[in-house]
Design a protein around this ligand. Sequence first.
Ligand code: FES
Length: 181
Amino acid sequence: MEASRRDFIHVALGGMGAVGALGVLYPILKTLAPSAASVTEAKVEIAIDSVPELGMRVTSWKGKPLFILKLPSDITQKYTYKVKKESKNSAGKLNQEILRDKPVFALIGVCTHLGCIPLWKPKGSSDVKAPYLHCPCHGGLYTPWGDNIGGPPPRPLFVPPQKIEGNKLVVGEPGFVKELV
Ligand code: FES
């Protein structure tokens, strides 16, 4: 099945408002409609070409929002992020260590504080002068790889198992990330 058929929202640089609304609504919807969690996709395929550079697509995996990001190859030369000391995923690493050399990658789009959906800020802001993810609920800040740079989230965004197969990112199968970390 085409990945685009499974997408419930496509967000490029101009679609931040919809994600913002979802950020507020997601915890409420999760509470009111627990059966929605049973709508799962064990495997999601996304055409790498369909993700614009410095853009993000939003789809879902196992009932959770899934962020697909494509970053410029020189992003680590252009920007330095002050990552919080305690920002370690369950493999004991920064997400960036696992993801930075990949042309595209997927993150679970659920804030690790209380479950809102973070916003993608590709142009940064007056406070963070670099692309980042911002959770509007309590001010959680993440690097584009989901590592913690500010606010209350206790750990990085979760990274699902994923691999690159030809021109596709396949989420839900082990590859450069073997299991959820
Ligand atoms: S839910 Fe994201 S900072 Fe609280």
